[in-house]
Design a protein around this ligand. Structure first.
Ligand SMILES: *Cc1c(COP(=O)(O)O)cnc(C)c1O
Length: 341
């Protein structure tokens, strides 16, 4: 039994999902003639109360398309210093859109309206890059699965309106936030110009993300997606996996959150663990005693077929997900508790 807790992207389609995919009606999505893709796009747009959605092969491409949509070369994006768009998209913001990021020193990946306001460059001061876009992440990835309060997101929105900035949500793990905070997709749909959501993390589809926004923006996004090489043909098989995931795998995220809480509570009692970051969803970030190398922990757990990842010196990450079942959880709880350094 291999137990992979490195990321929630490691899940594989369930038998039921595969059956659902087999039955998908497909067409050529580059001609917008794939009924399963069209159905998924309409369903997700409707779920968020937004006008339109567009299916993407990756979350990175969905975010990069949003940045391209909302900016001109030379302009600036405000985002947290931990942002996925800054750290984990290959420098795409500068490569694809020619923009720079103004990094905000947020808390666990979350920024405040005051911080956004303080980061905006005066448009009259032509020496500085023009601020065009605010991008936030919910839940935060590098921030350890933290979730925003809708109230703070509304306050940031007000600043965006006041300064005529676009507002993007990188919602790769928004489903986790919705379940953990008992929020509704429409609460987010009414705030943002664009939202990206991922189907292949907690929801367990093999591939797929969507970008949501106005009809006019999604029409422009279609062209950008083509330029980025993201036009897919019979993508309906993938869209079907996403549809199945939406219908069957959202509420069960609670299980992932519960197991994350249990792991965190156990870690907090272990003598070699220095600190466990607050756990709100399915990501656990913890640090080890200063005399301990985090790689030793990774290696020892690997001997027990448990795989976790490093988050830099002294820091480790565990992510729970669909394929992390109760038997595995019991096994991990037992062996984690027995580790001695
Ligand atoms: C995973 C992730 C993405 C997109 O990742 P892809 O691997 O390109 O699908 C975007 N934002 C956040 C916060 C993520 O965690």
């Amino acid at each position: 039994m291999e137990i992979n807790l490195v990321s929630d992207t490691v899940t594989k389609p369930t038998q039921e999902m595969l059956q659902f995919m087999f039955r998908a009606k497909v067409g050529d999505d580059v001609y917008k003639q794939d009924p399963s893709v069209n159905e998924l796009e309409e369903a997700v747009a409707h779920l968020f109360g937004m006008e339109a959605a567009l299916f993407f092969p990756s979350g990175t491409m969905a975010n990069q398309t949003a940045i391209k949509l909302h900016t001109q070369p030379g302009e600036q994006v405000i985002c947290d210093k931990y942002s996925h768009i800054y750290h984990y998209e290959g420098g795409g913001a500068s490569f694809n859109s020619g923009v720079s990021c103004c990094l905000v020193d947020g808390t666990r990946g979350m920024i405040t309206a005051e911080q956004v306001r303080a980061s905006i460059n005066d448009p009259e001061f032509y020496h500085a890059p023009k601020t065009a876009l605010v991008s936030i992440e919910n839940t935060t990835n590098k921030g350890g699965g933290a979730c925003y309060e809708v109230l703070e997101l509304k306050r940031i929105k007000q600043v965006c309106v006041e300064y005529n900035l676009k507002y993007h949500l990188d919602g790769a793990r928004l489903w986790n936030a919705l379940v953990a905070k008992k929020q509704h997709p429409k609460q987010f749909g009414e705030l943002f110009d664009t939202i990206s959501v991922c189907l292949s993390k907690g929801l367990g589809a093999p591939v797929g993300s969507l970008l949501l926004g106005t009809k006019a923006d999604m029409k422009r996004a279609l062209r950008i997606r083509k330029i980025f090489g993201g036009g897919m043909r019979q993508a309906g098989y993938l869209a079907a996996a996403g549809m199945y995931a939406l219908q069957n795998h959202i509420l069960r995220l609670e299980e992932d959150h519960k197991r994350a809480q249990e792991l965190g509570a156990l870690l907090a009692t272990l003598p070699w663990v220095a600190k466990v970051e607050p756990i709100e969803t399915n990501i656990i970030i913890f640090s080890v005693r200063p005399t301990l190398d985090e790689q030793w922990v990774i290696d020892k757990l690997k001997q027990k077929n448990i795989h976790i990842s490093s988050m830099g010196p002294g820091k480790l990450r565990i992510v729970t997900h669909l394929d992390y079942k109760q038997v595995m959880h019991s096994y991990v709880m037992e062996h984690l508790g027995k580790l001695i350094f």
